[in-house]
Design a protein around this ligand. Sequence first.
Ligand code: UD1
Length: 357
Amino acid sequence: MKILCVVGARPNFVKISPIIKELKKHKKIETLLVHTGQHYEYNLSKSFFEDLNINDPNIFLDIHGGSHGEQTGKTLIEFEKVLLKEKPNLVIVVGDVNSTLACALASKKLGIKIAHIEAGLRSFNWNMPEEINRVIVDRISDYLFITEREAVKNLRKEGLENNVFFVGNIMIDSIHNNLDKIKRSDILKRLDIKPKEYILFTTHRPENVDSLKNLKKIVSIILALHKEYKIVLPLHPRTKKNLEIYDLFDSLIKDSIILVPPIRYVDFIKLEMDSLCVLTDSGGIQEETTFLGIPCLTLREETERPITVTEGTNKIVGLDYDKIISEIKNLKLVKKRKVPELWDGRTAERIVDIIRK
Ligand code: UD1
């Protein structure tokens, strides 16, 4: 059996690493890794391969930048060539980025089976490029591997009842697999900060950082918080570019604001673990903080990962300044919540068992 695994952007690397590790245990499975190139900088790509012990990709498409259509279209064209040459029995795609959509479409058009890991999540916000990607990829996938039970309902409403497998959360496998390294990380020392004295702040969603109005709100939230707390602020290239374009970057240069480039995997999880709380618009970070028991305030109007709110440590706060300040003041009241069902580090094992049958 020949399986082609696809990655493109930062969160994909975290999700594919445990799958490749598990697939390699089975001699009869030949596994190839394709990197589309969507994320290409060392900090967003290669450093993740190093931390997560993923071998260099077998095939690198080197497609990045451009509009969504251009990126998706070019990836579809190039990935189709890979499929025609390699003739895999199955393509595994993860998450909801443009590479996920492009590679799933190319596979389906050639009649090749697709497994989608992290299926069934819905924000119901069609302004998010990821929502479009999720819905389409699920519709054409042959295996739908889900992280939480709510996803079953979402898929059922779209007429997708078959081949839905509740396997748990693959991102948590990566934390389990790398826990020793994470604990040994000296990132706090390097940033000269102590556990629980800082807030970890990440933002990169187009709706937050492409709009001047929202980016200004974000900057004013950071500027209010930095008077009382240290803020660790890793800057995604999109965020950095827009802060510069809108002339907001210099206002963030303060002693208590630790501005850093994107942080590699092991160091980032360590920073999450030891933070007072995390403010983010990322999807995966909502899940990791729930697993780690760290309070998370999500700078969006909704989440496609509702279990992080109902069972985990996540609160949806949007860019509501008053709500954010009041939540942070009441942090001590946030109890350590439940780790969701099957977020146990054995998701890859369950997925590979199902694929082998
Ligand atoms: C993508 C995903 C998003 C995910 C995020 C994680 C889509 C639609 N979005 O968003 O779901 O949460 O990755 O980071 O797929 N760039 C660099 N260096 C890089 C990579 C990108 O400078 O290594 C630049 C690109 O040229 C582009 C911008 O950053 O101008 C955005 O990159 P892109 O991959 O299109 O989307 P992200 O915002 O990273």
